[in-house]
Design a binder for this molecule. Structure first.
Ligand SMILES: NC(=O)c1ccc[n+]([C@@H]2O[C@H](COP(=O)([O-])OP(=O)(O)OC[C@H]3O[C@@H](n4cnc5c(N)ncnc54)[C@H](OP(=O)(O)O)[C@@H]3O)[C@@H](O)[C@H]2O)c1
Length: 284
């Protein structure tokens, strides 16, 4: 599977699970020059694995070889952004975006992967175990988070879209090499598929938040097409992570590599779509 991505790439929720694997695979497999911004809620409290990816270690030597940089930026700190201290929250996000802007300079942001998310209460999350607080917390993280990030990073995405010529992608105006937002969604977001999978896990907050994320994806695709920014949703499969659980069939490495391979091949026609890790379209 090939990963044909390059430029400035920002991934949220990069300290563990699929996000960590996305960053690792990007660091190892991108062919051209890539600068990867691995965003964590608590950069100082990240796992030993993430820390070693960032400082020293074989992987970072490989990064250097490729003239890539891996930066950690506290860009989506739930504690700061969504705790009701609005002014402080906005300041925190915009300070992080400014820090990224400074590093990126004139290059613009080529790819934003909105991966960070929560699922509360834990699966199967029947109605009786679910509170209004769960609904609001999950919505804030899974919908408002990607919304705010994309809004604040839009000028950088526009800059990347304006900078690169479509010739780079065989005349395709839109691609993840040029300028794109990938919102990590789930099969459980599909309204059409709900009758098939509802008995396995009810998960009202998670399902409804990801369905809203799909609509955000669709709206952004309409809104940003004038700028040639591609926007798509992706379901990474049922993956063995803290969220996916121990019974999930797919290791995070396989999921991340498949996701990166699928998004490498997206073009104009895919903007506004929801795809799975095999590249198949999922019905809304
Ligand atoms: N695993 C699956 O089977 C599966 C299936 C379909 C879709 N997905 C989607 O794939 C993505 C990654 O899932 P995963 O399985 O890797 O989940 P995970 O192992 O639970 O990791 C979630 C990541 O999101 C971060 N995060 C949560 N809330 C955040 C916030 N408010 N601000 C910043 N970061 C936050 C976490 O950081 P902390 O360590 O700080 O909490 C962590 O890095 C999610 O969008 C999920 O919905 C997963």
């Amino acid at each position: 599977m090939s990963v044909k991505l390059e430029g400035n790439i920002l991934v949220t929720g990069a300290n563990r699970g699929i996000g960590l694997e996305l960053v690792k695979q990007l660091a190892e497999k991108t062919a051209g020059e890539a600068h990867i911004y691995a965003c964590c809620r608590e950069p100082e409290g990240t796992s030993a694995e993430t820390q070693s990816l960032i400082r020293g270690s074989r992987t970072s030597q490989e990064l250097e070889k490729k003239k890539s940089t891996l930066n950690k930026v506290n860009i989506q700190d739930k504690g700061k952004i969504f705790n009701g201290q609005d002014v402080a929250d906005e300041d925190s996000v915009s300070a992080a975006v400014q820090a990224v802007s400074k590093k990126i300079a004139a290059g613009g942001l080529n790819l934003l992967i909105n991966n960070a998310a929560v699922n509360k209460p834990a699966s199967p999350a029947p109605l009786s175990a679910t509170s209004k607080k769960d609904m609001m917390e999950v919505y804030e993280t899974n919908v408002a988070g990607p919304f705010v990030l994309a809004k604040m990073l839009l000028p950088l995405l526009q800059r990347a879209a304006e900078r690169d010529s479509p010739a780079k992608d065989n005349g395709n105006k839109m691609s993840c090499r040029r300028s794109a937002i990938i919102n990590v969604s789930t099969m459980f977001s599909s309204i059409e598929k709900c009758p098939e999978n509802f008995p396995i896990a009810q998960m009202y907050p998670y399902r409804t938040s990801k369905a809203a994320l799909n609509m955000l994806t669709r709206c952004q695709a309409e809104d940003f097409k004038i700028h040639n920014i591609l926007v798509a949703g992706i379901h990474p499969g049922w993956v063995r992570t803290e969220m996916g659980g121990a019974d999930a069939p797919l290791p995070s490495q396989d999921s991340a590599l498949s996701v990166l391979s699928v998004i490498s091949s997206l073009s104009n026609k895919d903007s506004g779509r929801l795809l799975d890790w095999g590249g198949n379209m999922i019905p809304w």
